[in-house]
Write a protein that binds this ligand. Structure first.
Ligand code: ZN
Length: 244
């Protein structure tokens, strides 16, 4: 065999070897398929975001910012207060706003009927708080799966009662890495959140220009969300955190 023949035979063998793995499929594949794009990088820092007590400013102040950063969140609704105290500092979310939040992909959770400390109630009263709030919310939206314990108070008996109605709940006992955000400075917020490591639960209440344990100004709230975004926190609802 001369050199040219050797070269041709080698070329043929290489061609056959390179084509062969695709031969069984070549009849079906019109074009070689592009590999799928790599999945987006998933941040290891998780922030589960809550708005407790169903204040209307969680809609008027927080919603535009959540949408801007594509953040998820869970809104805990006290069902006896839906639509109450309009045009006051204590205005609560209306049925329409709750439905809109749900339609936009946010989680609606029950935060009881009257926000009474469950430790102070008997079994019948507790079951009313659990089932009636669920019924009211289910009439507005589908799938109310989570419960937020008023004052974060439960015990083992109450835990079992909650889980007879809901899939999961938030209380001090099961999520001690919760921070209730108030009027602290931005630097304190950064330190407290960072101290929780890679997973933090944040609970907001009122978002308005006043100072208090459960009040955060719209300016501070905006700065806090911007910081979470800059720190690459994945900000999600409780439902998503649970993998639902
Ligand atoms: Zn509450």
């Amino acid at each position: 065999m001369n050199k040219i023949s050797v070269f041709i035979v080698a070329l043929l063998i290489i061609s056959i070897l390179s084509i062969y793995p695709t031969l069984p499929f070549s009849a079906f594949a019109k074009k070689p398929q592009k590999p799928p794009p790599p999945p987006p990088p998933i941040s290891k820092k998780i922030c589960v975001l809550f708005f407790d007590d169903g204040f209307q400013n969680s809609y008027t102040v927080a919603l535009p910012i959540l949408l801007k950063y594509n953040f998820g969140a869970t809104f805990g609704i006290i069902t006896s207060l839906i639509g109450m105290d309009q045009n006051t500092l204590w205005a609560r979310l209306t049925s329409t706003q709750i439905r809109d939040l749900s339609n936009k992909g946010f989680e609606i959770a029950s935060h009881s009927v009257t926000h009474t400390d469950l430790l102070l109630l008997d079994h019948t009263q507790r079951m009313y708080e659990l089932t009636e709030s669920n019924k009211v919310l289910q009439a507005l939206i589908t799938n109310v799966l989570d419960f937020i314990a008023p004052y974060s108070h439960t015990n083992s008996v109450i835990d079992a009662e909650i889980l007879s109605v809901y899939q999961a709940y938030r209380s001090w006992d099961n999520y001690p890495n919760t921070i209730f955000v108030g009027s602290e400075t931005l630097n304190t917020f950064k330190k407290e959140v960072s101290a929780k490591g890679n997973m933090v639960f944040l609970g907001y209440h009122q978002l308005r220009d006043a100072v208090g344990d459960y009040i955060t100004s719209p300016t501070l709230f905006t700065q806090e969300m911007k910081w979470l975004y800059s720190q690459k926190y994945q900000v999600i609802s409780f439902l998503k955190y649970r993998g639902k």
